[in-house]
Design a protein around this ligand. Structure first.
Ligand code: ADP
Ligand code: MG
Length: 591
């Protein structure tokens, strides 16, 4: 109850608003609500997903013009035009997304600018849409027989939509799909290796943001009862981005705050600045520009987190407790001793540098294979080839008897290979639990809609229970709810192992798992790996601590300058003259 108190107070104030406030303020609040709906979409797209769109105003326009045209010319019911507008927007966003999101980098912002500008001119120049004069006589909307004629009445519909949008985006972010969306910014390589389809996740958030914008446009058209191209220009698109950034792009509440601040400030500046300067003009844009720069310098994540720190509120930091749940099903284990991984003649070139030169190795179920060699020998590169995180240039790799040459890393993850990274790839702001749950991504199937509507709770409980179990297994129960970034680096590596285990793999690739661990922690890790081996897991291990390797590995492959120089049991490797030479050389050059 206490947790929901701020929300309850907010809703109560919202509900009382039209009864107490003057007409002008209600109108202003209506606009804030309309903008907030768009900004909530941008929070998801830009703040969480890291994709910048300047074209949201055009999607608003698409929603507004669809209903304006269909209701005035064909007399279609507004509720039907809402559905048509959403479908049309989704179709356009899909096409646009497919073209621009694939290219990555700056193509999306540029693509959305082009789209924003062209649609604006289309609205202005197409005759049946009324050109720059626009379309008038748009009908009112009725809700269960209640005709929303006045701004005061319409207010309730707008803010109902705002609340629903906030709630569903929040629900979505706190789910299996949500974790994959939150991994897009800064964790896409890791997410793909855990089985997340990141291009699809990008399309999904682009689609949601576009549809929210179109819904805002539909509301706008029926509030104003007339549309023209002006409010859907690229300028407005930039202003939406301002709102999300200033409010706090990572938080749904930031969207409302940003929409409110910008709208009120703009109103006030439009009155005040011309008086102050003695001439008319859009001076508020300059003030916004300066404010944006200042805020980005002082409060990179926008104002909402700053406010949050000063209030006794706690932001939704993911789950804090666990619910009992049935364990997830496990995959069939290959028979101990059967070959899991068979890599032969693998070559990887980076331009002129040959990082792996005709490397061959195999791993069987129930064995620990160690890959050792001096720094820069090409061990991590080999891991990236095997897991297709950075595919090989040439050579054959088979996993469970199937060639992986044409597979991407998420396909390989699905088949039962999981890995950790030498340079730890955790999402530092997310809890240890949520990070590990990303590993279990492929063991759930609930999608975006189920998450937004909170219909995924049963499965979610099972995924989190699995994550929690793996965290306990690696000995980090105490840190389960802490942000992963607050752990010591050695512990973060252990979190990566738990994440890899959460996928229920049959082959585990560990890149320097013991680096940064203390003696006892290393022993605990060795015990864990022995236990996994006895359960039939195949483990491919890169490690510099020779005591650790020699005490654990069944077989060892030694690399130097991208090539295999020796292979054998620990005893054979320790007495191999070529290995000794390579190692002494390695130590010298490292010193
Ligand atoms: P190890 O893990 O054995 O220390 P790496 O596999 O990380 O070695 O690196 C092997 C060689 O390949 C090094 O010379 C490194 O600089 C180079 N290398 C690794 N990754 C890349 C990359 N993405 N682009 C260019 N060169 C790379
Ligand atoms: Mg390495």
């Amino acid at each position: 109850m206490m947790r929901h108190l701020p929300l309850i107070v907010f809703v109560a104030l919202l509900g009382a608003g039209p009864l107490l406030l003057p007409e002008f303020t209600v109108t202003l609040l209506n606009y804030i609500g309309l903008y907030a709906i768009v900004a909530v979409g941008l929070v998801l797209l830009t703040g969480v997903g890291g994709l910048t769109s300047f074209g949201q105003a055009a999607f608003v326009g698409l929603g507004a013009y669809t209903t304006a045209w269909l209701t005035t010319v064909y007399g279609v019911s507004p509720w039907l035009t809402l559905l048509i507008g959403i479908a049309l927007t989704a179709a356009v966003a899909l096409c646009l997304g497919f073209i621009t999101l694939r290219m990555g980098g700056h193509y999306l912002p540029l693509g959305t600018i082009a789209w924003g500008i062209s649609l604006y001119f289309l609205f202005g120049n197409v005759e049946f849409l009324g050109g720059h004069t626009g379309i008038t006589g748009i009908p009112t909307v009725s809700l269960f027989g209640w005709e929303l004629k006045s701004a005061r009445e319409f207010y309730y519909l707008i803010w109902l939509v705002v609340l629903l949008a906030m709630l569903s985006v929040r629900n979505l972010l706190d789910s299996r799909v949500g974790r994959s969306i939150r991994a897009l910014k800064g964790g896409a390589v890791m997410a793909e290796a855990m089985g997340v389809n990141t291009p699809q996740a990008k399309i999904v958030i682009f689609l949601i943001a576009a549809v929210l914008a179109a819904i805002s446009g539909w509301l706008y058209a029926h509030l104003q009862r007339f549309v023209n191209p002006t409010p859907f220009s690229i300028n407005q698109g930039i202003e939406y981005l301002f709102m999300a950034v200033i409010g706090g792009v990572g938080h749904v509440w930031g969207a409302v705050l940003g929409a409110g601040l910008i709208t009120v400030l703009k109103q006030w500046l439009q009155d005040f600045l011309p008086q102050l300067l003695g001439q008319s003009g859009n001076f508020e844009i300059i003030v916004f520009g300066i404010a944006m720069v200042l805020i980005l310098q002082r409060a990179r994540d926008g104002l909402w987190p700053v406010i949050l720190r000063r209030l006794p509120l706690r932001s939704a930091g993911g789950p804090r407790q666990l619910v009992a749940a049935e364990p997830l099903p496990r995959r069939a284990r290959p028979a101990p001793g059967s070959v899991l991984l068979d890599a032969s003649e693998v070559t990887k070139r980076f331009g002129g540098l040959v990082a792996n030169n005709r490397m061959s190795l195999s791993v069987k179920a129930g064995e620990v294979m160690a890959l050792i060699g001096p720094n820069g020998a090409g061990k991590s590169t080999m891991f990236n080839c095997v897991s297709a995180v950075n595919p090989a240039t040439e050579g054959k790799i088979a996993f469970l008897g199937e060639s992986t040459v044409d597979l991407v890393s998420r396909d390989i993850a699905r088949r039962g290979m999981s890995r950790t990274f030498q340079h730890v790839k955790l999402l530092g702001q997310m809890s240890v639990l949520e990070n590990v749950a990303i590993g279990a991504h492929l063991r759930g199937r609930q999608g975006t809609l189920a998450a937004a509507l909170r219909l995924d709770r049963g499965e979610e409980a099972r995924l989190l229970a699995e994550a929690a179990q793996q965290i306990e297994r690696v000995g980090l129960k105490e840190q389960m709810f802490e942000p992963a970034g607050s752990l010591a680096l050695g512990q973060q590596r252990i979190v990566e192992i738990a994440r890899a285990l959460a996928s229920d793999p049959c082959l585990l690739l560990l890149d320097e798992p013991a680096a940064g661990l203390r003696y006892l922690e290393k022993q605990a890790l060795a015990d864990l790996l022995r236990k996994l081996r006895s359960e039939g897991m195949g483990i491919l291990l890169v490690e510099h601590d020779m005591e650790f390797v020699m005490g654990l590995a069944d077989r060892i492959v030694v690399m130097e300058f991208g090539e295999k120089i020796a292979e054998g049991t620990p005893a054979e490797i320790q007495s191999n003259p070529r290995v000794l030479e390579a190692y002494l050389g390695g130590v010298e050059s490292a010193a």
